[in-house]
Design a protein around this ligand. Structure first.
Ligand code: CAA
Length: 682
């Protein structure tokens, strides 16, 4: 078998053109690195005086091949490629288009000039993968754009447009025409080597450097990479470049092995994977242009905003004028705020709003390709609304419910077309949260599921498919986690201890802070509708709080007392008494629980439920569960998600710990066989 190199060199009209073709994004794999070194050598030996380096597939290079990060390789590293280009005796011009990211930008900076198509995006996103640029980025970038800007670019993961890159000096010229032609023309006038590595880091006001550093010093689990990048960028001004490069290389290799980096890589691929359907059948897509949202509450208005942002034509429908007006007001004030804070221009905001129609006339429904119901979370209310939707909607329309835990099947059966009904579970605020659970109910047609996934992708969300099971993926696991945290209250911990332990693990908020924020009455109402197994360990602290009118932050009292305009959460002596009484009723002698103990039990409860719902086929892939938790529930990104966390533990120990968890969970606790989380990779 003859292996064709993804890098080809060819003499064209006196210019040596090096073309890289490694679809889809020209990632710099080992064969690309070998090919680039070979091509530069071939160029040096040719008669051409100048070369142009260009990528196929509409892009330059999206950086190092992330698939290779977990493997060892004996070939040249990217820094070797950078050095070969820099040390080439004849100039090389980079023709940039599409993605010029990570190692791609480092290769471009090793060249003697950079010509960019106007649609090019340049950036060093390495810290999002828990690493730092490893082929000269921390030493070359500050030489070109100064230390404060380099810190912003690397630690802030900024992606610059071609014009922005030109403004700061990373690019020599921006063109709207064919970039290879433009770069070839430019190259013909280039006579000398002009290496960024030979430049000096510009002198900068130390105050500006300090301010830039402060912007990135509290960045959670990306901290090790960010701290290292800041050190190295500053060293660029103090050390000869070769010394800086050696330090950078060592730090890159060290960080690449770290657990944070492994977690972030796992999520990189999990996020891409969840966007793809699992079925292989070719399914024709159903066009969705006009969407009708029913219900103008917080959720409905948020959904409308995310639809307008994605350039859909949107109708907002309500039953009463007051609710419609308040929803409309919410949407308008959102766009007003976007303009005031400079996130949108007045023209952009007006354009979004021009696609919105707010109405009380249900006959408008007939125009919609997709109808999304976002009314009160009550099965009878939803079934009534769906009967009405069924009456007015176009027979070809897709009907979606935004329920967060109710049976989509039962809702669908209120219509004459259950095949066309699907669940689209948005997370609040819907215009901010990137997660969208796509609920594949029993009767949902495959083409409707396909349309739902495509719709989620168009909204730029993570469309995770879930079976129609109570709470779907997210709320079901969250429920198991919250229940375990309630057990810990009875066992001896205070709400603030549980919250602090989980924030210490990296959760955005502890469960009792979340409960107070979202309103305890919602959970209380849901609990009342559920049949309870007498064998189940049931903690009634939340019910007692609600009976006392303590619904959370909105009533200035919940698990905490709130002062200072509801901003400050304080320990409540009354809540402590309620918890102590609950422990006494259950005959529990309260014990202090350590942070480690709290974190373990909380995580084990998530892992156990994750394994149960994988066995039941509720989630399609274990990695989808991590996407759900990171994007819907504030699970720390650098911990990779509950499944990634489980995979870092010793499997037998994990299984034993789950068995141990059963002793806290009452007779109804079902310990899962966790092997499924290890088997089904991703
Ligand atoms: N390595 C390997 N595969 C990559 C990749 C990379 N650097 N970047 C993207 N891909 C893959 C994706 O996994 C996806 O593969 P599948 O189709 O099999 O799922 C495919 O390319 C297309 O990616 P997207 O779906 O994301 O396509 P897009 O058009 O929406 O976006 C992109 C393209 C802007 C390049 C985006 O993929 C992206 O931002 N990639 C990340 C780039 C990155 O982080 N680079 C830095 C790498 S680290 C580095 O370079 C270290 C160093 O200094 C040595």
């Amino acid at each position: 078998m003859v292996l064709i190199s993804p890098v080809q060199g060819q003499l064209k009209h006196g210019v040596y053109v090096i073309t890289l073709d490694n679809p889809p994004v020209n990632a710099i794999s080992i064969s690309v690195r070998r090919g680039l070194i070979f091509a530069v050598d071939d160029f040096e030996q040719s008669n051409a005086q100048v070369a142009v380096l260009v990528g196929s597939n509409g892009t330059f290079m999206a950086g190092a091949d992330i698939h290779e990060f977990g493997r060892t390789s004996d070939g040249p590293v990217l820094l070797d490629v950078v050095r070969v280009i820099e040390n080439c005796k004849k100039p090389i011009v980079a023709a940039l288009q599409g993605a010029v990211l990570g190692g791609g930008l480092e290769v471009a900076l090793a060249c003697d000039a950079r010509i960019a198509h106007v649609d090019t995006v340049l950036g060093l996103p390495e810290v999002s993968l828990g690493i730092i640029p490893g082929a000269g980025g921390t030493q070359l970038i500050p030489r070109r754009i100064g230390i404060p800007r380099a810190i912003d670019m690397i630690c802030g993961m900024q992606r610059l447009s071609a014009q922005e890159a030109k403004n700061v000096g990373l690019v020599d010229s921006v063109v709207c025409s064919d970039v290879l032609e433009a770069a070839t023309l430019f190259a013909k006038n280039v006579e000398h080597k002009s290496r960024v590595r030979d430049e000096l880091v510009p002198n900068e006001d130390p105050a500006l450097i300090d301010q830039a550093i402060k912007r990135y010093t509290k960045q959670g689990g990306s901290r090790p990479a960010i701290a290292k990048a800041i050190d190295l960028i500053q060293l660029a001004a103090k050390l000869p470049i070769e010394e800086g490069l050696v330090l950078e290389s060592a730090a890159f290799l060290e960080l690449r092995k770290s657990q944070e980096a492994q977690a972030l890589r796992h999520l990189f691929f999990a996020e891409k994977t969840c966007k793809k359907p699992l079925y292989t059948k070719e399914i024709s897509s159903i066009p969705i242009n006009t969407v009708c949202v029913i219900g103008a509450g917080t959720m409905g208005a948020g959904i409308v905003i995310c639809l307008l942002d994605a350039e859909f034509s949107v109708m907002l429908l309500e039953q009463n004028k007051e609710a419609l007006d308040s929803g409309e007001e919410r949407i308008f004030s959102h766009y007003q705020n976007q303009v005031e804070t400079g996130k949108l221009s007045p023209a952009e905001a007006s354009k979004c709003l021009s696609h919105l129609l707010c109405s009380l006339n249900w006959e408008e429904l007939a125009k919609a390709d997709l109808v999304i119901e976002a009314v009160y979370e009550d099965i009878l209310v939803k079934q009534d609304v769906f009967k009405k939707i069924d009456y007015f909607a176009n027979p070809n329309a897709i009907l979606a419910t935004n329920t967060s835990y109710l049976s989509v099947e039962k809702i669908a059966l209120a219509t004459t077309r259950p095949k066309r009904v699907i669940g689209l579970h948005f997370f609040s605020p819907a215009n901010v949260m990137k997660l969208l659970e796509i609920v594949n109910a029993k009767q949902t047609g495959l083409e409707i599921l396909h349309a739902g996934i495509a719709f989620g992708n168009r909204l730029n969300k993570y469309p995770v498919v879930t079976k129609d099971s109570f709470g779907f993926i997210g709320n079901r696991i969250y429920n198991a986690y919250r229940t375990q945290c309630e057990f810990m209250l009875e066992d001896g911990a205070w709400p603030e201890e549980v919250d602090a332990a989980l924030v210490d693990f990296g959760m955005a908020m502890g469960p009792f802070t979340v409960a107070d924020l979202s309103g305890l009455d919602i959970a209380w109402r849901m609990r009342k509708t559920q049949r309870r197994n007498p064998e189940t360990r049931y903690v009634d602290i939340l019910d007692t709080l609600c009976e006392l009118g303590r619904f959370g932050r909105k009533t200035s009292a919940g698990y905490y007392d709130y002062t200072n305009g509801k901003k400050q959460a304080n320990t409540s002596e009354l809540v402590r008494q309620i918890i102590e009484k609950a422990s006494q009723r259950r005959g529990i002698k309260r014990q202090t629980l350590s942070f480690k103990h709290i974190q373990n039990r909380a995580l084990l409860s998530m892992v156990n439920e994750a394994a149960l719902l994988m066995r039941e086929g509720v989630a399609q892939r274990a990695s989808d569960i991590d996407v759900v938790f990171v994007h819907g529930y504030g699970f720390p990104r650098w911990q990779g998600g509950p499944v990634f966390w489980a995979r870092q533990q010793d499997r037998q120990q994990l299984q034993d710990d789950i068995a141990g968890l059963a002793q806290h969970g009452g007779n109804s606790f079902v310990p899962a066989d966790v092997s499924i989380l290890f088997e089904n990779s991703p």
